[in-house]
Design a protein around this ligand. Structure first.
Ligand code: SIN
Ligand code: FE
Length: 292
């Protein structure tokens, strides 16, 4: 069964019938990747100059926009260029948040809007340690920001000017990979959450949920046999298109492409139509206890 659902949405402020918003949310909460092949994020002609890796400071993986301060990080250039680039990221941020509010009005009041990013580096040939290697199937989990089950919702737009797709592998449903890996994940050491928080390795104490999500992320990436044999499909996300998923739930790996915009949003488990579908509840059912 495909993990991809295609939606006929072609503008950033669509009018969506109530029955469709519920249907789209059900797909998303089932862990599908929603593909919007005609939802294009357009760059103006004077903004095309930003489609070049030279704007990256090469230290950060991405150029990011923080909605709390409206500032960008990770870019180099003169003040005028950086202001134009900042406005470009801000515009993507506004469009991406707008389309999420339009598609999922039931989520709107409870969304917590996080950073947007622009990824100008080519994917292929990026060498990273296995833990940071996003060309291995994984679910997203943040080592330094425990979230206690809060969802990670992401909007992506491929703006490649040469019409190159961004190619992902999309893996098996979360319940399947959780059942496969949870029995072999080490338990959280008693006291470790407090120690890591005191040492500022984390920004707040890591819950058992955060512990298991990080272990799951690592165990998936470390298992090369799993990487090859796991149920998966290759998905070319077209240039001029967008896609949306809960990246803490949809198993994914990026294989190739260049020039991507991304917006992250967070949502409490209680705001879902079906909280039982969340990674928190799936892991709790398997573990037989509360994890957050
Ligand atoms: C990831 O979230 O693993 C990377 C996605 C991408 O850069 O396409
Ligand atoms: Fe990821």
């Amino acid at each position: 069964m495909s993990q991809i659902e295609t939606l006929p949405i072609a503008d950033w402020t669509p009018t969506v019938a109530a029955a469709d918003t519920a249907r789209y949310a059900a797909m998303l909460e089932a862990g599908k990747v929603l593909l919007l092949p005609r939802l294009r994020f357009d760059l103006r002609s004077d903004e095309r100059r930003f489609l070049d890796p030279r704007w990256s400071d090469q230290k950060a993986k991405n150029i990011s926009f923080d909605p709390a301060t409206a500032q960008i990080k990770g870019a180099i250039g003169n003040a005028a260029d950086l202001e134009d680039l900042r406005r470009l990221l801000e515009r993507f941020h506004q469009r991406a948040v707008g389309v999420i509010r339009a598609l999922f009005p039931e989520y709107a009041a409870q969304l917590r809007i996080a950073r947007a990013s622009f990824r100008p580096m080519p994917v292929a040939g990026r060498h990273a340690s296995w833990r940071k290697d996003d060309s291995r199937l994984h679910v997203d989990a943040f080592p330094s920001r425990p979230n206690r089950g809060e969802r990670i919702l992401r909007v992506f737009s491929n703006v490649n000017p040469a019409d190159l797709p961004r190619v992902w592998r999309v893996g098996e449903p979360f319940a399947d990979l959780a059942a496969r890996f949870l029995p072999r994940l080490p338990r959280q050491l008693p006291g470790s959450a407090g120690v890591m928080n005191a040492l500022r390795i984390t920004k707040s104490p890591r819950s058992a949920y955060d512990h298991y999500m990080l272990q799951l992320h690592d165990a998936m990436k470390a298992d090369l046999a799993y990487q090859q044999s796991a149920p998966q499909q290759s998905v070319p996300f077209p240039a001029g298109g967008s896609w949306i998923c809960f990246s803490d739930q949809a198993s994914h790996a990026v294989m190739s492409g260049q020039y991507l915009f991304e917006q992250t949003l967070h949502l409490p488990v209680a705001a879902l139509y079906d909280p039982a579908s969340s990674p928190l509840r799936v892991l709790e059912r398997l573990a037989g206890r509360a994890l957050a």
